[in-house]
Ligand binder design. Structure first.
Ligand code: NAP
Length: 253
């Protein structure tokens, strides 16, 4: 039965930044598909825990600041202590800093690059080592962006970090496919979350963005959940190093 290939019952998924926004919808979607969730957050993920409160799946609440990479070994250790294995990693946590390129500060460069690309790479490396030790393979899904493909305005470090993320998605896929590790990415279009509140509050930018989206609406966090379940499942076993746009047609324009 083809639908069995999408079933994630009994799988263990780490989702970074799952207290809100896209990460919250991803955690919920993966849980509904059968996963136990390891939520890695710097803020309390109470709302996600509430929403997941179906009694069928565990949400392991791990606190870490992903601006730095030194907490990664502890995250893996705690996930293994609770569940004994890891099957899926979603590198979702991300930040954006808006400033004209001509004035852009080194701090705004370093912070964004660190969370969005460096941490995503070293989380992936740590989890891939575990997949190899387990001998099971596994799935890594990176949350990229339209700015993995385009330049954007006033967000140079975000563009650099998300372009890098799409690049390392391919690089990691190339080296780890032989271990049955699938590394792919999802590039969300313009989604209504905290990350884009400033854009939606700016009437001119909001109108310009909407006019360019063939689907004629901002994306909702739950629009990302289905594609993520797919990429996390056996249905995607022969997809390696690809970035799937979930953008209401933005890139097709
Ligand atoms: P969001 O609501 O701002 O969520 C970002 C998540 O990352 C939050 O859980 C946040 O935690 C977490 N995070 C940030 N810095 C962290 C740190 N140092 N340590 C631990 N967690 C940290 O934005 P979102 O839209 O859901 O974004 C999720 C991902 O999608 C990001 O990678 C973003 O770049 C990407 N994305 C978003 C859009 C969009 O239109 N919204 C489009 C393309 C890509 P706190 O709540 O504690 O800050």
């Amino acid at each position: 039965m083809i639908l069995n290939a999408f079933n994630l019952e009994g799988k263990v998924a780490i989702v970074t930044g799952s207290n809100t926004g896209l990460g919250q919808a991803i955690a919920l979607g993966l849980a509904q598909a059968g996963c136990n969730i390891v939520g890695v957050n710097r803020s309390a993920p109470e709302k996600t825990i509430d929403l997941m409160n179906d009694g069928n799946h565990i949400f392991l609440d791990i606190r870490a600041d992903l601006l730095k990479q030194d907490g990664i070994p502890k995250i893996i250790e705690k996930a293994l202590a609770e569940f004994g294995k890891i099957d899926i990693l979603v590198n979702n946590a991300g930040i954006i800093r808006r400033e004209d390129a001509i004035e852009f500060s080194e701090q705004n460069w370093d912070d964004v690059m660190s969370v969005n690309s460096k941490t995503a790479f070293f989380m992936s490396q740590a989890v891939a080592k575990q997949f190899i030790t387990q001998g099971t393979g596994g799935k890594i899904i990176n949350i990229a962006s339209m700015l993995s493909f385009q330049g954007g305005i006033r967000v140079p470090s975000y563009t650099a970090s998300k372009s890098a993320l799409m690049g390392i998605t391919r690089a990691m896929a190339n080296e780890w496919a032989k271990y049955n590790i699938n590394v792919n990415a999802i590039a969300p279009g313009y989604m209504a979350t905290n990350n884009t509140a400033a854009l939606r509050d700016d009437e001119k930018r909001n109108t310009a963005i909407l006019e360019r989206i063939p689907a004629n609406r901002w994306g909702k966090p739950e629009d990302i959940a289905g594609p993520c379940v797919f990429l996390a499942s056996d249905a995607a076993n022969y997809i390696n190093g690809y970035t799937v746009a979930v953008d209401g047609g933005w890139l097709a324009r």
